[in-house]
Design a protein around this ligand. Structure first.
Ligand code: FPP
Length: 272
């Protein structure tokens, strides 16, 4: 369908890219990265080896997404539940891995014009990690290409609770609670993701068929693509296969045909 292949894609990625319609790329892709533990177990390695290998998958996916001009990519890195249910040694390892990833990756993010953002209750993360996160965000804040959002200590239900609290606070500072007006746009404006359009496509690796408390409001109309690939084996190529599958589907948004109802309803946010 497409002859002009963006620079930097390898041969296999270029092959899939030629089958894509560049006018119909998803603007925002969200990914539930899953299967690091199973990947490691199959190799008789400790779970943390799966997380380490997961970083290579993150790097490849981010770079390919930026190269094919996806506007926004959101990665579910740590859920709020992760902290409570995993051994402290694994959580500590994940924190160090994140810190090292940020330190190592900022120059590549800048080279690829990628801006870094975070969603989740950041204030509950270790102080040194928060500082590293703030540094990396600031260091990439002038980039105008893809927005890479890392969901860290994230829970969709907590996000909704925080949004409702934020609406009430805003109303009390603006003439009192009796002026509180709640509609869908108001809720969306108070979500952590207020700077993003809703995802068009959500990818989950390792074959699980759950949303696991991820972007529950924002994924209302998203296409869901589940791949059996475990996260450490995921690469830009698998992302593009997900996009190819997305483009085969007809999106109706509750209407009768493409373009009805909510089509392109990203409320004029940062990405056109
Ligand atoms: C799910 O696998 C993965 C995680 C909870 C952590 C995700 C972290 C990374 C991919 C690496 C670090 C991330 C960044 C952004 C640098 P699991 O452990 O739940 O796997 P399992 O279900 O097979 O046990």
């Amino acid at each position: 369908m497409q002859d002009k292949v963006p620079a930097g894609l390898d041969r296999k990625e270029a092959e899939v890219y030629r089958r894509l319609d560049p006018q119909q790329l998803p603007k925002h892709i969200a990914i539930i990265m899953d299967g690091n533990g199973r990947w490691a177990k199959r190799r008789h390695m400790p779970r943390v080896a799966g997380h380490r290998a997961g970083v290579i998958a993150v790097r490849s996916t981010v770079e390919t997404a930026a190269r094919i001009h996806i506007k926004a990519l959101t990665l579910y890195a740590f859920s709020e539940e992760n902290w409570k249910k995993r051994p402290k040694s694994e959580v500590d390892f994940l924190m160090r891995l994140l810190s090292r990833y940020l330190q190592a990756e900022v120059s590549t993010l800048n080279k690829n014009n990628i801006r870094l953002e975070y969603i989740g209750r950041q204030h509950e993360l270790p102080e040194d990690v928060q500082q590293r996160m703030a540094w990396a965000r600031e260091a990439t804040s002038r980039n105008s290409g893809m927005v890479l959002t890392l969901a860290l200590n994230y829970s969709a239900r907590s996000e909704l609770v925080d949004a409702f609290r934020s609406m009430v606070n805003a109303a009390s500072q603006n003439g009192g609670i009796e002026h509180l007006k709640i509609d869908e746009d108001a809720v969306a404006r108070h979500l952590y993701t207020s700077y993003l359009p809703d995802p068009d496509l959500v990818v989950r690796t390792s074959g699980e068929m759950r949303l696991s408390n991820f972007l529950l409001w924002q994924l209302a109309y998203a296409e869901i693509y589940v791949t059996p690939t475990l996260w450490p084996d995921f690469r830009g190529l698998q992302l593009m296969e997900g996009i190819a599958e997305y483009q085969k589907r007809e999106r109706r948004y509750g209407g009768l045909n493409h373009g009805d109802g909510h089509a392109d309803s990203d409320h004029g946010k940062v990405h056109s």
